[in-house]
Design a binder for this molecule. Sequence first.
Ligand SMILES: [Zn+2]
Length: 138
Amino acid sequence: MRAGTFLAIIEEIKHENTVHELSVAQNIIDLVLRHVPAEECGRVHAVRLKVGAAAGIVPDSLEFSFAAIAPESPLRNAHLEIIRVPFRVRCNACGTTEENELGTALCARCGSGDTAVLSGTELHVTEIEIAEPAEAAS
Ligand SMILES: [Zn+2]
């Protein structure tokens, strides 16, 4: 089996239900490398990422994975900043909007399954922060 082969991604991070945070971290690095010119990669300071509560990602584990592999990549000075997005559901039966951490799509007030998921399944890079050359030199 060959190691080190990764599929190219567009904007959203590809992930499976049983996700490995290390491969997601590698996908994030690959995404940034496609958006940032090679000569600026060493100045990438932060990568901001939205992670929904029901995205199937453990944020702490993803941060740890990113911190483990970024120093060996062109993004050697980058760290991950995770914005946690709550799982929110609006009930079409009673009109309630609820947040929960479990990713339950049932209405907590009336028990209806006629609900719309408003947020909490996202997993995408929202911002790449690049330091000024003067800052990086100091
Ligand atoms: Zn309801």
